[in-house]
Design a protein around this ligand. Structure first.
Ligand SMILES: CC(C)(COP(=O)(O)OP(=O)(O)OC[C@H]1O[C@@H](n2cnc3c(N)ncnc32)[C@H](O)[C@@H]1OP(=O)(O)O)[C@@H](O)C(=O)NCCC(=O)NCCS
Length: 327
């Protein structure tokens, strides 16, 4: 499951974007927050040189369990960058804070929470605090975001997830397919179905986002005799598995177990870490992950939605999917 969300106010200081410089400096801070910080806001380096990005990937791989979202994002960047993400570091080659964000080409609509997602990894919370405005995944990230936005009246919505990681998907058992279904990959024509069933879906932007996941990232699904998907799991620009769903009338037949097995192996074969997020109250999915040999990681993952229109109802209205509420 994805969604690490931040509002998409890209740097007002007309930050340089890759393609021009190999290693360029840019303000990392969304304009909203930049104005609060003034000129003392630290600068970030955009890392656009392919050999440096590969080096970064290697560095992140060594501690991969602690850096899963940023590591996964750097992987997708180094493999053609279909989601047009870019990497910023506070310094190079040593860095205390490292962040990914969408490139300007794709982040033109500030209200698009789906495309405007950021990941942050920091070795030093103080350095992260100095870079205000970053969405985060580590402990302390929420406090940093809260402190930096409260004074502006920006509403934060926080969703807490467990991260599940499989250390060796190649050791997962071979699956035996139910003859009632056929294995396939998702097709863009399935985007509406995903959009209707995804807890964060239901609007045009989410539909577009889901269609881009289907187009660019590995997915697996099970089709019924009529060729309609009954169960599926996609993957995202952070290299994470999800969203996943089984139609209510097809649940409890082992379909999602099979699909997580297959997508984990596929991602692993492509060199990605096999991991995903599960909401803290989604006990069925947590059990399923653990049965499959996924290990729950010690730190919680925070998806933080920065909503500038505090008075307005948020565009995203996630609700627990049927069958996932605590007993
Ligand atoms: C969570 C969800 C994906 C599970 O899908 P599913 O296809 O029913 O999952 P599975 O059938 O593989 O496994 C579910 C349970 O059925 C059991 N099961 C598997 N095969 C079975 C069979 N042939 N007969 C009966 N039960 C079976 C599994 O053992 C598992 O039970 P357990 O967790 O108590 O061990 C589904 O409930 C769903 O779509 N929920 C809403 C969306 C959601 O939460 N998505 C995940 C977001 S991270």
């Amino acid at each position: 499951m994805l969604l690490q969300i931040q509002i998409a106010l890209l740097p007002a200081g007309a930050a340089p974007f890759p393609g021009k410089e190999r290693l360029s400096r840019a303000s990392p801070v969304p304009s909203l927050l930049e104005s609060a910080e003034g000129p003392s806001t630290p600068q970030m380096l955009i890392l656009s040189c392919s050999s440096k990005l590969r080096l970064l990937e290697g560095t992140l791989q060594r501690g991969c369990r602690n850096t899963l979202p940023v590591y996964g994002t750097v992987k997708t960047i180094n493999r053609g960058n279909p989601a047009v993400q870019e990497v910023l570091v506070d310094s190079w080659p040593e860095f205390k804070v490292f962040r990914t964000r969408p490139g300007r080409e794709v982040a033109s609509d500030d209200s698009d929470f789906y495309t405007n997602t950021y990941t942050v990894y920091y070795r030093d919370l103080g350095a992260h605090r100095a870079l205000l405005g970053s969405a985060g995944l580590q402990d302390g990230a929420y406090e940093v975001s809260k402190d930096s936005t409260e004074a502006k009246g920006i509403k934060l919505e926080v969703f807490r997830y467990f991260t599940y990681f499989h250390p060796d998907p190649s050791s997962m058992p071979e699956i035996r397919l139910d003859p009632a279904v056929r294995l396939s990959s998702l097709d863009v024509s399935h985007a509406d179905l995903l959009n209707e069933t995804w807890a964060f879906g239901g609007n045009e932007k989410s539909r577009k986002y889901l269609a881009s996941l289907i187009r660019h990232f590995p997915s697996v699904c099970l089709l019924d005799a009529a060729g309609h998907p009954v169960s599926w799991i996609a993957s995202d620009p952070f290299g994470a598995m999800g969203p996943g769903y089984t139609l209510p009338q097809h649940r409890g037949r082992g379909y999602m177990g099979m699909l997580t097995n297959l997508i984990a192996k596929r991602l692993h074969a492509l060199g990605y870490p096999s991991y995903g997020y599960v909401a803290m109250e989604n006990y069925p999915m947590q059990r399923l992950q653990e049965t499959q040999g996924f290990q729950r990681q010690p730190n919680l993952c925070y998806f933080i939605l920065h909503n500038p229109a505090a008075a307005k109802a948020p565009t995203l209205t996630p609700s627990p999917a049927p069958g996932t509420a605590p007993p």
